[in-house]
Design a protein around this ligand. Structure first.
Ligand SMILES: C[S@@+](CC[C@H](N)C(=O)[O-])C[C@H]1O[C@@H](n2cnc3c(N)ncnc32)[C@H](O)[C@@H]1O
Length: 285
């Protein structure tokens, strides 16, 4: 496994592979215990699966994982499985790690945080980051699982990333695909409302801004003229903003994009372009 401090993680696809392998015969089996990042050798026994650390996970627990395809489970030292989820006291909502064919996404009270229909969270992130074309110093306004910050940091000098809810960062700690957020020396994390924190940054201090906010109806202030004025202020001349909106071909996406583009131009952005493949807008200072 890549991150040895994390407990073994299982989702329905690994559970299915283990149960199928058992029907073929007992013995050694290779499986991912970090949601597809690496593979590990495990032992299939008559009573359960032998995992690293001497844990024997009963087959009944593997069957429980298979029965919950929307969840990721961690294996406890007591050889039980527990859903990887955190209740946010701050915002009174439940965050659940959800497996996909690639990197997991996070369900916020049941709604996926990334696009997963016909794509996967990393492909979604690559499209956003391509549109943002990171370089120099980058502001990532909404950390989430940290995927935009991680990919941007691989292509720039420095990334500052802001997350409102500390519980989201707790979930990142349990997600193997978010670990670079804590390891990369050029990523700085901030906790708080982007709307307030952005005021602390100097004029013209970022080359790029990646703005990947919750939907308009959940965080209207992150789509406001006052906030856009701050985005414009902190960007350098020639700098670029990527603003995730949602599907620009849908009625609501079209409406939000149209009004966002108008306000971005009002605050000074000289060119605002639609980027339907990245579900957002790019704006140039
Ligand atoms: C769409 S997700 C961002 C996904 C992220 N870019 C990624 O790569 O995983 C939006 C995130 O913004 C956070 N958020 C919501 N309101 C915020 C605010 N006012 N300031 C900073 N973060 C906020 C949410 O908790 C959520 O984690």
């Amino acid at each position: 496994m890549i991150e040895s401090s994390l407990p073994p993680l299982l989702s329905a696809s690994q559970a299915q592979a283990l149960l199928e392998a058992r029907t073929v015969g007992l013995g050694h089996q290779t499986i991912s215990l970090d949601l597809g990042l690496s593979v590990t050798d495990v032992i299939l026994g008559p009573e359960g699966v032998g995992l690293p650390g001497g844990i024997w996970l009963p087959w009944s627990q593997v069957e429980r994982v298979l029965a919950n395809p929307q969840a990721v489970f961690r294996v406890t030292p007591e050889a039980r499985v527990e859903k990887v989820q955190i209740f946010s006291q701050t915002l009174n909502r439940l965050y659940t790690l959800m497996p996909t064919s690639g990197a997991p996404t996070m369900l916020i009270s049941g709604i996926p945080m990334h696009r997963i229909k016909g794509t996967d969270p990393m492909a979604d992130t690559r499209a956003k980051v391509r549109a943002a074309a990171p370089k120099g110093r980058v502001l990532d306004t909404c950390t989430g699982l940290g995927y935009t910050a991680i990919l941007a940091a691989r292509r720039s000098r420095e990334v500052i990333t802001i997350e409102l809810d500390p519980a989201v960062i707790e979930l990142c700690r349990l997600n193997p695909w978010s670990q670079e957020l804590f390891r990369a020396a050029n990523i700085t994390q901030r906790i708080g409302d982007s709307f307030d924190i952005i005021e602390e940054f100097e004029n013209a201090s970022f080359d790029r801004v990646i703005h990947d906010p919750p939907m308009f109806n959940l965080a209207g202030h992150l789509y406001s003229t006052a906030y856009y004025r701050q985005l414009y202020r902190v960007l350098k001349r020639g700098g670029r903003l990527f603003h995730y909106i949602g599907d620009l071909r849908s009625k609501s996406g079209r409406n939000v994009a149209r009004s966002a583009a108008r306000r971005l131009q009002e605050v000074g952005f000289r060119v605002v372009k639609r980027r339907p493949e990245a579900f957002g807008l790019v704006a140039f200072k």
